[in-house]
Design a protein around this ligand. Structure first.
Ligand SMILES: NC(=O)c1ccc[n+]([C@@H]2O[C@H](COP(=O)([O-])OP(=O)(O)OC[C@H]3O[C@@H](n4cnc5c(N)ncnc54)[C@H](O)[C@@H]3O)[C@@H](O)[C@H]2O)c1
Ligand SMILES: O=C(O)C[C@H](O)C(=O)O
Length: 362
């Protein structure tokens, strides 16, 4: 069952939990803001729902509460950051701030970060640049989950690509996994007991796994030696374009793991504490190309022309970022959606940390 909860109260609860782990007040505020923003824009797979995963990582030492990111190589327009297995969200905020600073001074900044932790939604970091009037890009790799075209075993992560650019009335934010869905969405479907569309998960290359009751098959997603994996964007066969999502996923590895000389997706196993995901952060000042306001006005007019297209289904034609802007308005006013299993996980963490959680979830 899914219920709505006051986002401000849940944000306070998250803040208390991260303070309880040992993060500073400022860090706890940043993480709480990042996670609640994810739920406010309607991405239930990667906000509060993921707190149990971070809790496991913090408890088993995969995320190291007291480690901080360090710049290990730098030019005017680029940097390599070693995150030393600190919290992914804090590393992401740090690295994007660095990219933004470089873009403001030199027109462009690109930062690649190794030995990080899972950083949640890529779009949060891309949007940080857009909020400063810049174009932002962010991607990350993750544990292997994607079946390369014709392969029976997964060896590429769900590797999202996020792009944000200021526009009116909404910032254009495209943020998507390079698999048909991310693992987090499957976790949500399993929590809700919902069957999935047939082409999200496959075993032996092409056999669909779509029932939430196929527990063994879905659990095998976490096992690199299994023959179960996620379809790349484009589906599981070359005919439908699987090679395109596969190619995009490998490009993400270049900007994240290869340039930073960190771990590629095939090396990231949840149980190995000495490996971590890699991320990339790009900020570009449109002014290096011309009049920034005119560029944004031209882009906004183009997006509006797309929205104005007639639709066959009766559903409005929208552009990336519109759905999230609408969700933000709705959830800020009416509360974020949390399923009962996730709520139990979060209140369980709070209880263990000695936090009086009842006042936040009434
Ligand atoms: N940290 C990690 O390792 C990791 C890995 C994979 C995914 N993720 C995150 O998971 C989140 C969810 O990913 P997803 O693949 O489920 O994304 P999604 O399918 O929810 O959305 C993808 C994008 O499509 C746009 N969109 C949605 N409907 C549209 C429509 N009708 N017309 C035009 N545009 C539309 C959205 O605005 C969004 O930008 C992302 O934020 C991603 O960064 C994280
Ligand atoms: O779950 C992961 O390891 C990566 C990502 O968050 C996903 O949902 O696919």
């Amino acid at each position: 069952m899914v219920k709505r909860y006051n986002s401000k109260k849940i944000e306070q609860l998250i803040y208390n939990i991260y303070k309880g782990y040992g993060f500073t007040e400022e860090e706890s505020q940043e993480v709480a803001h990042m996670l609640i923003y994810t739920d406010l824009i309607g991405i239930e797979s990667h906000g509060v729902q993921r707190m149990i995963m971070y809790d496991d990582f913090i408890r088993n030492g995969k995320i190291r509460v007291h480690n901080r990111p360090e710049v290990v190589k730098e030019t005017d327009v680029s940097a390599v950051v070693d995150a030393h297995f600190g919290l992914g969200q804090l590393n992401g905020i740090y690295s994007m701030r660095l990219a933004i600073e470089k873009a403001k001074q030199h027109g462009i900044g690109i930062v690649t970060t190794r030995n990080s932790g899972h950083y949640g939604i890529a779009g949060y970091y891309a949007n940080m640049a857009a909020e400063e009037g810049l174009i932002g890009l962010s991607s990350c790799n993750s544990r292997s989950a994607m079946l390369p075209t014709h392969a029976t075993k997964a060896l590429v992560g769900t590797n999202p690509i996020a792009f944000a650019m200021p526009a009116n009335p909404n910032t254009f934010i495209f943020d998507a996994a390079t698999t048909t869905v991310p693992q987090g969405k499957i976790e949500v479907y399993r929590k809700l007991g919902k069957d999935m569309p047939a082409l999200w998960v496959a075993k032996d290359g092409e056999t669909p796994v779509n029932s939430h009751n196929d527990t063994k098959d879905l659990d095998a997603l976490r096992d690199l030696d299994s023959n179960v994996g996620l379809a790349p964007l484009g589906g599981v066969t070359e005919d439908t374009g699987s090679h395109k999502g596969f190619g995009l996923g490998v490009i993400v590895e270049v900007f994240t793991a290869i340039l930073s000389m960190g771990n590629t997706s095939n090396e990231i196993t949840p149980d190995d504490l000495s490996v971590g995901p890699c991320q990339s952060f790009v900020a570009i000042d449109p002014s290096i190309f011309g009049d920034k306001d005119a560029i944004i006005a031209k882009f906004s007019a183009y997006l509006q022309a797309i929205r104005d297209l007639p639709s066959v289904s009766g559903k409005p034609v929208i552009v990336a970022g519109d759905k999230e802007a609408a969700a933000y308005q709705d959830r800020s006013a009416n509360g974020i959606e949390i399923d009962d299993k996730t709520l139990a996980e979060v209140t369980g963490i709070a209880k263990r940390l000695g936090i009086d959680y009842a006042q936040y979830v009434d």
